[in-house]
Design a protein around this ligand. Structure first.
Ligand code: PMP
Length: 326
């Protein structure tokens, strides 16, 4: 376990043990705590799953030393995998839909990875197909495929969740997390429900995303600007298990944008849009627990702030809502 108080051998030893910080806009009686994942060396939550997946795949012999990792990724997973692959002596190739931020693609290249862009209109599905085609063409290449790999959620079950429960001495009333692959929420939720089966589990998605349909809600599909969470086709989000989710909270782009700006101005957090959405949903849930509209075993809500706003400055994240691009 990282103590950050002694010299470390590798940047990989700095992954995890991120701080849990109070969100001050939450009610005094039901505090919201956010885990600040930008403290990881690749500045996002995805460093955790990157290292965990590669170590496990090497240990199981699914990946050979010196082999190649190919991943379709919106960016943060690529940065995490590029760091881990580089330090573990593996090659890395990432297939990225064009619309994703240039900062992320520059960082992956700086870390020694190769980037292949696929057309924006083909979405993540197009990137996934291309990654598998490439893996078939190369010897000794694997696609960890974070959208389907149980190791993704397992990393959060093994590492992120125990950190949260230790920090709060087990007094966790609710877990709220934005869902892209849903690995973060699923891993933490499974651990939380083992500690207390009444823990409230809330998935967060942008308005326009379709996770809500898994809970029988008829929501309209639309494009959204919030980056890193949401789905247009729940069949591709194989890790998401609606049975362990109590509620799916939709957040509008505008509300997430207002909140990420408020978090910077009032609370000193440089976080991006998925954190803005997670904060909005957490504050709503904290108020429901405060007013007795939702039952939770403890008066606290824990959420994840997945990455930093600095990664999205080129998209005008701190400009007006209309100038913020996706
Ligand atoms: N926020 C950001 C910025 C992300 O890149 C991701 C991962 N796509 C998430 C949130 C969601 O995490 P998960 O994939 O574990 O659901």
């Amino acid at each position: 376990m990282t103590s950050h108080r002694e010299p470390l051998d590798s940047v990989l030893d700095t992954i995890g043990e991120t701080p849990l910080v109070r969100v001050h806009a939450s009610p005094d009686t039901v505090p919201v705590y956010a885990k600040l994942e930008s403290f990881n060396p690749g500045a996002s939550v995805k460093d955790r799953i990157a290292l965990y997946m590669l170590e496990q795949m090497l240990e199981r012999g699914e990946l050979s030393p010196g082999g190649t990792v190919i991943e379709p990724t919106a960016g943060n997973t690529g940065i995490g995998l590029a760091i881990a692959a580089g330090q573990l002596g593996l090659d890395a190739i990432f297939v990225v839909p064009e619309r994703f931020s240039v900062e992320k693609q520059q960082l992956m290249t700086a870390l020694g990875a190769e980037i292949i862009n696929t057309p924006t209109e083909d979405g993540m599905g197009g990137a996934i197909d291309r990654a598998h085609e490439l893996a078939d063409e190369l010897d000794d290449a694997v696609v960890p495929q974070q959208f389907a790999n149980p190791l993704n959620a397992e990393a959060h079950y093994e590492l992120t969740a125990p950190e949260i429960f230790d920090a709060l001495d087990g007094a966790v009333g609710a877990i709220v997390a934005g869902c892209g692959t849903a690995g973060t929420l699923m891993g933490i939720a499974r651990y939380a429900l083992e500690q207390n089966p009444d823990t409230h589990i809330c998935a967060v998605e942008p308005e326009g995303s379709l996770y809500s349909t898994t809970k029988g809600k008829d929501v309209p599909e639309a494009e959204y600007k919030i980056e890193g969470i949401g789905t247009h086709n729940v069949a591709t989000n194989e890790l998401f298990d609606p049975d362990i989710v109590d509620s799916v909270e939709q957040v509008a782009d505008r509300d997430a944008h207002d909140e990420l700006k408020r978090l910077a101005r009032e609370e000193g957090h440089l976080v991006a849009s998925s954190a803005g959405a997670a904060s909005v949903a957490s504050l709503r849930l904290a108020r429901k627990i405060e007013f007795g509209d939702v039952d939770a075993p403890h008066n606290s809500v824990v959420t994840i702030f997945p990455d930093s706003s600095e990664r999205y400055l080129s998209k005008g994240i701190y400009r007006s809502f209309d100038e913020w691009e996706n």
